[in-house]
Design a binder for this molecule. Structure first.
Ligand SMILES: *[C@@H]1O[C@H](CO)[C@@H](O)[C@H](O)[C@H]1NC(C)=O
Ligand SMILES: *[C@@H]1O[C@H](CO)[C@@H](O)[C@H](O)[C@H]1NC(C)=O
Ligand SMILES: *[C@@H]1O[C@H](CO)[C@@H](O)[C@H](O)[C@H]1NC(C)=O
Ligand SMILES: *[C@@H]1O[C@H](CO)[C@@H](O)[C@H](O)[C@H]1NC(C)=O
Length: 500
């Protein structure tokens, strides 16, 4: 998820920590970012940050190495006397934000059901560092299966610490990749977890995630056909500019490029990266459209499908390529980027940095490793019809796996491992109960999830008009009625599971 991608995922990660805009989305699965919280400082004083001793390798009985995993507790709503449940927010491919401990829909549920709340940061992300560095060899312990085993060990330990009997119900919550983990947790550890709220979770691992940009197009179309047509024409014009020497300088200026495009004109990776970055400018906005997230950063929150399409359909902005450039400026500005960095070698070099002090260690390198070894999810331009052009094929992403992690991480390797992920968890044929799958029609990730109820024991809620993980964010007066209804329906499922 490059520019665009970067945006959606990493609102929190990438921007606060200054990671390049072009990493906003690509290297992240759909990070949900932090909930909007105007009173962040005063709220989080109730939240305790603690560390849990965790095994490095849960699947090798002779490997006794351990490390410290970060977690947060909030017990201010908990009522043991009324047999309150335990809620566990599953951390994902970024920093675990303590603001989730006091904000978001799960906190409304915690108040209602008098729950004890925990959030466990995912291994290798944020401050949970299992190994001394992020070398490819050390990343072997970064897998979803190890992450689930971390969660299981955590639950076992807390059950013992608090003296919980088996009638204390654990409910897990997760959005985006953690949404997948939430469903898989109930699948693999049903004796520890009684129910799961899985928001926007991709359950089908797929190398070529070509539906991603198809849905981005459909979502833009909800604004207007004209908006979509202008994106298409703008992209065609970018290609024409790239074909003529007189166009190079104009592109440098219009798109505020960090390096002159002329030097990259015979470098297909740079050109693909440039195109992808422009596509991600838009996809990033679509994925998070109107989500009530990002503590305080009104600039990013204000950019929506409507505001992008206002620019794309404004005759005063100029030709379609000028409109794309105006969108680009808006995004660069919102993310405090001084110029558009599209150079492939530079990106690979940053992603190859093994140290915890590198910017990519916030999650970019790790998430890329998980995509190259477990999930794929490569948001290619393979689909038809084309609005964003055919300029970032799936091989462009596979090349990145090879260039960052080594020749072994090639197409065949990725195919095999993605297939194994689907075999191991069951993909869309997952056989579970007490899981509610929640998706939004605007969010491109719904293409890889369960959006229709097949059995009442594992219901799906498909919300028309909402984006990535919308139901998890704090409620707002602007919420669509179907979003409000979905939150209430989820509460009723939780209520049922707790009483079971
Ligand atoms: C750019 O030039 C190439 C090679 O000459 C040609 O195949 C392609 O159609 C041109 N693209 C545009 C948008 O003019
Ligand atoms: C965001 O939008 C609101 C309402 O339209 C506006 O008042 C505010 O100035 C905008 N903030 C930024 C940073 O653009
Ligand atoms: C950009 O910089 C401003 C001012 O320093 C800051 O308030 C804002 O949070 C920054 N935005 C991002 C996305 O980092
Ligand atoms: C990795 O990143 C750190 C922190 O930014 C930097 O000091 C170091 O030089 C980088 N290493 C390489 C090999 O680029």
């Amino acid at each position: 998820m490059k520019l665009i991608t970067l945006i959606f995922i990493q609102i929190l990660l990438l921007n606060i920590h200054g990671w390049k805009i072009f990493h906003r989305g690509r290297e992240n699965g759909g990070n949900i970012g932090a909930p909007y919280d105007p009173n962040y400082k005063s709220n989080t004083k109730f939240v305790q940050e603690e560390w849990f001793v965790q095994r490095l390798d849960h699947f090798n009985p002779t490997d006794l190495r351990v490390w410290k995993q970060r977690y947060f507790t909030n017990d201010q709503f908990y009522k043991r006397s009324s047999n309150g449940p335990v809620f566990l927010m599953i951390g994902g491919e970024g920093n675990a934000s303590p603001s989730w401990m006091t904000r978001g829909t799960w906190i409304d549920y915690a108040i209602r059901f008098k729950a004890l709340c925990f959030q466990l940061e995912h291994r290798y992300y944020g401050q949970s560092h299992p190994t001394e560095d992020l070398s490819t060899k050390n990343l072997q312990y970064l897998t979803s299966q190890q992450a689930l085993a971390d969660l299981a060990a955590f639950i076992m330990s807390k059950n013992e610490q608090y003296g919980f009997s088996s009638n204390v119900k654990w409910i897990v919550f997760g959005g985006s990749y953690p949404g997948s983990l939430a469903a898989w947790m109930r699948l693999k550890y049903p004796h520890l977890v009684h129910g799961a709220m899985s928001a926007s979770g991709p359950l089908l691992a797929q190398v070529d995630f070509q539906d991603y940009y198809r849905i981005v197009e459909e979502s833009l179309k909800t604004s207007s056909d004209q908006c979509l047509a202008m994106v298409k024409e703008g992209t065609v014009q970018v290609n024409i500019f790239l074909n003529h020497t007189v166009g190079y300088k104009a592109l440098d200026t219009m798109f505020n490029l960090c390096d002159p495009i002329e030097k990259s004109i015979n470098n297909p990776n740079d050109i693909s990266n440039f195109h992808l970055t422009l596509a991600e400018n838009i996809a990033g906005v679509v994925q998070y459209n109107n989500d009530n997230r990002i503590g305080g950063n009104q600039k990013v929150k204000n950019i929506t499908i409507a505001s992008i399409c206002d620019i794309m359909t404004d005759d005063d902005v100029g030709a379609p390529i000028d409109k794309l450039a105006a969108v680009n400026s808006l995004i660069l500005n919102a993310y405090n980027q001084t110029c558009l960095d599209y150079r492939y070698d530079k990106m690979i070099k940053e992603l190859s940095n093994n140290t915890w002090s590198a910017e990519v260690s916030e999650g970019g390198r790790q998430w890329m490793y998980q995509t190259c070894t477990e999930f794929g999810f490569f948001q290619s331009s393979s689909y038809q019809p084309q609005v964003f052009g055919k300029n970032f094929p799936v091989n462009f992403y596979i090349q990145q796996c090879v260039d960052v992690f080594g020749t072994k991480y090639n197409s065949k390797f990725i195919d095999n491992n993605v297939q194994h992920t689907n075999t191991f968890y069951g993909a869309l044929d997952i056989d579970v109960s007490n899981v509610v799958f929640v998706h939004g029609s605007i969010d491109p990730w719904h293409a890889l999830g369960i959006t229709k109820t097949r059995e009442q024991r594992a219901p799906a809620i498909y919300i028309e008009g909402t984006a990535h993980c919308a139901n998890m964010y704090p409620k707002s007066d602007k919420d669509l009625p179907q979003l409000k209804a979905a939150r209430e329906e989820i509460a009723e499922h939780i209520d049922t599971w707790i009483r079971l």
